[in-house]
Design a protein around this ligand. Structure first.
Ligand code: GRF
Length: 194
């Protein structure tokens, strides 16, 4: 199966997916890395890895619909079956989400349904949580709310800052996302049954 990854920035989760997909037993390949920011660091990595990388800046398009249509065209051109959001910082329209229903997944740095949205690590610390983590989930039109595919947990330690906690979670993200993607690619996690 063919996988497209959408990023906005650093792209470390995308890199983890690319590394995992290089293993001979991985049930899919990363065929395109698509960004909404030309300066996304992950695009350079994709280029080095020999993967098609393209950027579609919002300012080049007259409307959100036209902007999303550019992503759709690139996903279709790459003949991708599955779309992974990896630090993609735009809320996708219901149209886009519906088009890829059951084939669009995201990683979010919290134990959803706790802490959807931004600054999850700071909020987990402020809430006095003893546990935090990350969730891979199917994307629905409502942000960070679709059915979970897999979660990983880490402890919140005394003295943690948002950065120290983020680093602990990120390590787990890099392990969890490839594993969760593999279950989707193998048909072991489905939208209906999730
Ligand atoms: C990750 O923590 C991801 O869960 C969140 O944004 C961060 C992106 O990091 N949505 P990267 O671009 O994958 O390095």
């Amino acid at each position: 199966k063919r996988v497209a990854v959408l990023i906005s920035g650093r792209g470390s989760n995308m890199m983890a997916l690319v590394e995992a997909a290089r293993q001979p037993d991985f049930p899919g390949e990363i065929v395109a890395v698509l960004a909404d920011k030309p300066e996304a660091a992950g695009l350079a990595f994709a280029a080095e890895a020999g993967i098609e990388g393209r950027a579609f800046p919002r300012r080049d398009y007259g409307s959100k619909a036209e902007h999303e249509a550019a992503f759709v065209a690139a996903i279709e051109a790459a003949r991708a079956d599955i779309v992974c959001l990896a630090g993609f910082m735009r809320l996708l329209s219901a149209d886009f989400v519906e088009r890829y229903r059951g084939r669009l997944i995201n990683i979010h740095p919290s134990l959803l349904p706790k802490f959807p949205g931004l600054d999850t690590h700071g909020r987990a610390i402020a809430a006095g949580e003893s546990e935090h983590g990350c969730t891979v989930h199917f994307v629905t039109a409502e942000m960070d709310a679709g059915p979970a595919i897999a979660q990983a947990r880490v402890p919140v330690l005394p003295g943690d800052t948002p950065d120290s906690l983020a680093a602990r979670v990120l390590k787990e993200e890099h392990r969890l996302y490839p594993q969760a993607l593999a279950t989707v690619l193998r048909g072991e996690a489905r939208f209906e049954s999730a």
